[in-house]
Design a binder for this molecule. Structure first.
Ligand SMILES: *[C@@H]1O[C@H](CO)[C@@H](O)[C@H](O)[C@H]1NC(C)=O
Ligand SMILES: *[C@@H]1O[C@H](CO)[C@@H](O)[C@H](O)[C@H]1NC(C)=O
Ligand SMILES: *[C@@H]1O[C@H](CO)[C@@H](O)[C@H](O)[C@H]1NC(C)=O
Ligand SMILES: *[C@@H]1O[C@H](CO)[C@@H](O)[C@H](O)[C@H]1NC(C)=O
Ligand SMILES: *[C@@H]1O[C@H](CO)[C@@H](O)[C@H](O)[C@H]1NC(C)=O
Ligand SMILES: *[C@@H]1O[C@H](CO)[C@@H](O)[C@H](O)[C@H]1NC(C)=O
Ligand SMILES: *[C@@H]1O[C@H](CO)[C@@H](O)[C@H](O)[C@H]1NC(C)=O
Ligand SMILES: *[C@@H]1O[C@H](CO)[C@@H](O)[C@H](O)[C@H]1NC(C)=O
Ligand SMILES: *[C@@H]1O[C@H](CO)[C@@H](O)[C@H](O)[C@H]1NC(C)=O
Ligand SMILES: *[C@@H]1O[C@H](CO)[C@@H](O)[C@H](O)[C@H]1NC(C)=O
Ligand SMILES: *[C@@H]1O[C@H](CO)[C@@H](O)[C@H](O)[C@H]1NC(C)=O
Ligand SMILES: *[C@@H]1O[C@H](CO)[C@@H](O)[C@H](O)[C@H]1NC(C)=O
Ligand SMILES: [Cu+2]
Length: 626
């Protein structure tokens, strides 16, 4: 009796203290920003300022975020990265997955609660290229009081990491997704950013413990993070508290968060370097003028000036902390064996338009004509039939409360950071990287490693080159959740699948119904809010008119054909400087890469190879290097 009474009191208290945070912001360009101190450009800000504000809420609060599209020439959207959005799937953000894009002049209300989560998160546009242009910010969910935090600390500090391009995404993306870039070489950034700028001074006091929230809000590159003569104790990853584990070096992919405790020295007789470095293995080429390292100062004493940079050897870098070994503080056990397994292989390949795409199995994610959540809501009993979601959206329907394994086999030679919306998952196995000159290794269910008793959990995790990993989660959150590579280049190449979790549970829930505000946005932007992936709401099984990927290359049309074509076109039309600009410095290497991507034997066709070499030898540009 007494305990029931106190529970009621507690519930009432929670109601009393839960706050609604109402924010109104207009997204638009901000002119004359100079994040890296060497190049002025415009960035996407809120209400005329950039960088974007850090939003803070407490567990149990409600968020009412009114986003107005202030651009005159583009749609937008907003994703709160890592939020479960339980019962509020349409507030998740990705356009054509859970919502219609917001057209210029319109306002969308993102209305959700944060009942179950705490920790470091972030928010960003989920419309191509926009977050790389600056539309990104930090979102912190605090415990109701600092005493509820499981670890002691004195002060909390936020730190975002990023890479930076001098050009806008509107210029970059067409160059990347182009037949003139047949190997899909990602464009190279011009700089590395620390807290959205460079050469930062972090003023600290001696003998204090700082809770440092490190968030990679980049669009492409992982970063190494280390400090001169200071350790970092990891206590939280992607909003999941972990048992403390101390390291001197963190490897953080885009979209990941590491919250660490740093205890300062007792004396103020020295300042120390705070270093970070872009992962060079993810770059196709490394221009001489690209600074991989950023040097910042842990400032104990202003009179002593900035710290000198502090290097690690390659061996030390290679010994970065592997997040696989972290243990969730709540000791969540390995879930039961999977009820359902999604096995997907990652592959990069060219389609008939000559462009290099990314595939899960043989499908490159192609947007449906109706946002998938709105198809769920309007498809009646057919919502459980994968067909209504289209043949090119890579959609999997999951049963309520199933334990699901995602097995990822990587046929590509690159690392990829994968993110699941609406969940954290257990990383139950991750195989080491396989060298370029060996064959990719795939997961074998009847011959797997021993799985941990308490697997590490988070929402973004990297997959090693030509290797595999297995993720496990519970389908306990009805909604449509995107699972994708968080490298913007690769998402735009189509490296995504959609998980439709418990479609009938979505349909039958009052809180999941389309809001009037959302319906109006769809009408204004001209996207139907009902029907199958082809927009057909009469015959749900008729998908004629759906968006589909380009046709495959005709047989006989070879990689070297593309390369020869590309180089003669580029040389003729744009000039050879453009080749270097596109990142294809080493022409013979390009040829090999295309051949490998297309599984073609180079020995057979010497003529087109000759064309390629001749083209390359006429080149005299100083940016070309071997
Ligand atoms: C942003 O601008 C809008 C109007 O342009 C204003 O109503 C709103 O209060 C501003 N938001 C903040 C947080 O200042
Ligand atoms: C950082 O330092 C570099 C090299 O000294 C300088 O060129 C750049 O302008 C600085 N950037 C900022 C934002 O202070
Ligand atoms: C906004 O989205 C709609 C629907 O996908 C599309 O037709 C329109 O071209 C987009 N607007 C812009 C400016 O890109
Ligand atoms: C609707 O969704 C919420 C959040 O997931 C859940 O708590 C509630 O039980 C659901 N209602 C029904 C009728 O399924
Ligand atoms: C936000 O959602 C809650 C729950 O569905 C609803 O009661 C409230 O009216 C919504 N807020 C606004 C401003 O629409
Ligand atoms: C990063 O920027 C935020 C917001 O301006 C600031 O509160 C924080 O102290 C900065 N972090 C570091 C390490 O300087
Ligand atoms: C460090 O701080 C602790 C309390 O937080 C205090 O007891 C101790 O004397 C301090 N030591 C120095 C060297 O300042
Ligand atoms: C600072 O001094 C305290 C005792 O006063 C000691 O416990 C702590 O280890 C010292 N910290 C460092 C970084 O030396
Ligand atoms: C920066 O990074 C590179 C790794 O490519 C390394 O060789 C170099 O010495 C680093 N340090 C500094 C201070 O530039
Ligand atoms: C800490 O990490 C190491 C690997 O770096 C691992 O062996 C150890 O089990 C971890 N301990 C905890 C408590 O997370
Ligand atoms: C993928 O392959 C399957 C079977 O091999 C085939 O049915 C399907 O049409 C292919 N899809 C695409 C988009 O090529
Ligand atoms: C998977 O492992 C089993 C057991 O070791 C083995 O018999 C089988 O050949 C393996 N399959 C593949 C495709 O390697
Ligand atoms: Cu990727």
């Amino acid at each position: 009796m007494k305990s029931v009474f106190s529970l009621v009191i507690l519930a009432l208290l929670a109601l009393v203290t839960a706050e609604t945070h109402t924010w109104y912001y207009t997204a638009n360009w901000v002119d004359g920003v100079n994040p890296d101190g060497v190049f002025e450009r415009r960035m996407i800000g809120f209400n005329g300022s950039w960088p974007l504000p850090t939003l803070r809420v407490k567990k149990g609060d409600r968020v009412n975020f009114y986003l107005t599209n202030g651009f005159d020439d583009r749609n937008t959207s907003l994703h709160f990265h890592g939020m479960f959005q339980r019962g509020t799937n349409q507030m998740d953000g990705p356009e054509m997955v859970t919502q219609c894009p917001i057209p210029p002049g319109e306002t969308m209300l993102y209305n959700f609660t944060v009942d179950e989560q705490v920790g470091s998160y972030w928010y960003h546009s989920h419309t191509s290229g926009q977050y790389g242009d600056g539309m990104r910010g930090v979102f912190i969910i605090e415990e109701p009081s600092k005493d509820d935090y499981p670890y002691d600390y004195d002060e909390e500090v936020v730190l975002t990491l990023n890479e930076h391009y001098h050009e806008e995404s509107d210029k970059l993306m067409p160059k990347f997704l182009s037949r003139f870039n047949p190997t899909g070489a990602e464009l190279i950034p011009q700089n590395i950013l620390f807290n959205e700028t460079r050469n930062v001074t972090w003023k600290v006091e001696p003998n204090k413990t700082y809770l440092l929230r490190i968030i990679n809000t980049g669009r492409f590159l992982s970063q190494y993070v280390w400090m001169e003569d200071h350790d970092m104790t990891i206590v939280e990853v992607d909003g999941v508290y972990v048992e403390r584990n101390t390291t001197n070096l963190i490897y953080i992919t885009v979209a990941q968060r590491y919250t660490v405790l740093v205890t300062t020295k007792n004396s103020t007789d020295k300042n120390y370097a705070f270093m970070h470095r872009l992962d060079p293995d993810m770059l196709d080429t490394q221009p001489d003028d690209l600074q991989l390292n950023g040097t910042n100062t842990i400032m104990y004493n202003e009179e002593l000036g900035e710290a000198e940079s502090y290097d690690l050897t390659q061996d030390e870098i290679d010994a970065y902390f592997d997040d696989y070994y972290l243990v969730p503080l709540n000791k969540e056990k390995l879930y039961d064996d999977a009820d359902y397994t999604v096995t997907i292989q990652v592959q990069m390949d060219n389609l008939g338009d000559g462009i290099n795409y990314a595939f899960f199995n043989n499908i490159t994610y192609t947007k449906p004509r109706v946002p998938t959540l709105l198809t769920v809501l309007s498809a009646g009993d057919e919502a459980t039939n994968e067909l209504v979601y289209g043949t090119n959206t890579n959609t999997f329907v999951l049963q309520k409360d199933d334990v699901v394994d995602i097995v990822l086999n990587n046929l590509d030679t690159g690392k990829h950071p994968f993110h699941l919306h609406g969940h954290v998952f257990q990383l139950i196995e991750r195989h080491e990287p396989i060298d370029d000159d060996e064959d990719p290794v795939a997961f074998n269910a009847s011959d797997h490693a021993e799985w941990p008793e308490y697997p590490m959990m988070r929402d973004t995790v990297f997959l090693q080159p030509q290797s595999y990993m297995v993720l496990r989660f519970k389908a306990d959150n009805p909604g449509v959740w995107l699972f994708h590579c968080h490298i913007e280049w690769h998402l735009d190449q189509g490296l995504a699948i959609q998980l439709v979790e418990d479609p009938m549970g979505i349909q039958n829930n009052a809180t999941q119904q389309i809001t009037d505000n959302h319906k109006e946005i769809c009408e204004k932007v001209g996207v139907p809010w009902k029907g199958n992936a082809a927009g057909n709401d009469v015959n749900l099984l008729d998908l004629s008119g759906e968006n589909v990927q380009h046709k495959r290359l005709p047989t006989g049309f070879t990689a070297k054909g593309i390369v020869a074509l590309v180089f003669s076109c580029v040389a003729g039309v744009v000039g050879l400087a453009a080749i270097a600009f596109y990142g294809m410095h080493d022409i013979e290497n390009v040829e090999e890469r295309v051949a490998r991507d297309l599984a073609i034997d180079l020995e057979d066709e010497d003529d087109s190879a000759e064309i390629v070499r001749q083209t390359s030898s006429t080149e005299g540009s100083s940016t070309h290097k071997h």
